[in-house]
Design a protein around this ligand. Structure first.
Ligand SMILES: Cc1ncc(COP(=O)(O)O)c(C=O)c1O
Length: 379
């Protein structure tokens, strides 16, 4: 489809081309100096004394995090009901049980501590909190304290929220572990990629071993003559990132703050254009001293609206839209395992949610075209 206004566009220019070209010319592609530079830059970006490990993608980051926290068969992991299916999948592949927590309200679509507390059992081993659409979870501080007091692992899924913060503290450093995504459509895009953040040295060591087959040295160490062999203390995986992606990550990281700021301006335009309509743009109230990464532009259509026909009208104007997220309990792999009653607010949102285009190079005129088309479709 030849979209006039895509859901998302890469924020790339010649800097990314040069970065990739330099790595290719340099002759070293697998984990090396660029990875180190990217990890160090990302650590500084998140705050003080944070360890970062670059990985293949956010799903790998989540898998490694659960392994590092010792989640095993039969354990329960609480996840948001409104999320990408990766959260449920990583729990399932370990033989553990995903338990759904509801969101706070039809305005605050992030996990509610009240719902979370009601889902705790003796088998709860970990909790995954998502900062949905880039908006920081308003209960994150309370959830972090709660998890600490109960010795429950807390993983922040920061796939939507690089650069977001609450109380001047970055999303991704509130819990035991933060998991970032650098998939093509994310605020920091490198194709496929992710980052694990933690301030816990022990967890960091485990994650780095698990990321690379459990090996005690890298191919680069042997290439540089720093070691001639290696040991494998624990079985691990290969979730390493390569130098090409790390070089893209460094360029994209430098652009992130400005990109998020542009997203903010466009989001405000959307809010203003739709303020007198029956459409709800969630997250009208945000925690004090917090900032969103404005990853996507989710809206809630009025209850009696036919979502399919709205999507069709937008498509006729060559405007792409999406749904974040179709409830994963309806997927074949999860059929019969959850009930909408597990998360009634999310169940209500899912049927009327729609995502509109948002990306840093989008113009205000394009936002106007989207909102005018939407308002016409609603009439
Ligand atoms: C909330 C959330 N978590 C995890 C993921 C998985 O990220 P990745 O594609 O990097 O594995 C995504 C991807 O869209 C996501 O939106």
């Amino acid at each position: 489809m030849n979209w006039d206004i895509q859901l998302f566009k890469l924020n790339f220019d010649e800097k990314e081309t040069t970065a990739v070209s330099n790595v290719v010319k340099g002759g070293w592609l697998s984990m090396g100096e660029k990875i180190k530079e990217f990890e160090n830059s990302f650590s500084r970006f998140l705050g003080k004394d944070i360890f970062c490990s670059a990985v293949t993608n956010c799903t790998a980051a989540l898998h490694l995090s659960l392994l590092a926290l010792g989640v095993k068969k039969g354990d329960e992991v609480i996840i948001p009901a409104l999320t990408f299916v990766a959260n449920a999948n990583v729990v399932k592949v370990l033989g553990a049980i995903p338990v759904l927590a509801d969101c706070k309200s039809t305005d605050d679509w992030n996990m509610s501590i009240k719902s979370l507390e009601s889902k705790i059992t003796a088998r709860t081993k970990a909790i995954i909190v998502v900062h949905y659409a880039g908006y920081p979870c308003s209960d994150i501080s309370k959830i972090a304290q709660f998890c600490k007091s109960r010795k429950i692992g807390l993983i922040e899924d920061v796939a939507h929220a690089p650069g977001a913060f609450v109380s001047n503290k970055a999303c991704g450093v509130w819990g035991d572990i933060g998991c970032f995504s650098f998939f093509s459509n994310k605020n920091l895009s490198i194709g496929e990629g992710g980052m694990v953040s933690t301030s816990d040295q022990e967890l960091n060591d485990k994650i780095r071993f698990l990321r690379s087959h459990g090996m005690t040295s890298l191919t680069l160490d042997r290439h540089k003559g720093r070691s001639i062999s290696y040991d494998v203390a624990h079985p691990g995986l290969n979730y390493r990132m390569d130098e090409i992606r790390a070089s893209l990550g460094l360029v994209q990281l430098a652009k992130l703050k400005e990109g998020n700021q542009k997203r903010k301006i466009l989001t405000e335009r959307y809010r203003s254009n739709l303020s007198k309509s029956s459409i709800v743009i969630p997250f009208t109230k945000q925690p004090i001293n917090s900032s969103s990464a404005y990853h996507i532009l989710p809206i809630l259509l009025p209850k009696d609206t036919d979502r399919e026909s709205i999507i069709k009208t937008l498509k006729e104007e060559r405007i792409q839209s999406s749904i974040h997220y179709p409830p994963f309990w309806n997927f074949s792999a999860y059929a019969g395992q959850f009930s909408p009653k597990d998360a009634p607010v999310v169940a209500q949102i899912c049927n009327h949610q729609l995502t509109l285009p948002l990306f840093p190079s989008m113009t205000e005129k394009e936002v106007d075209k989207v909102t005018n088309t939407l308002l016409r479709a609603l009439r």
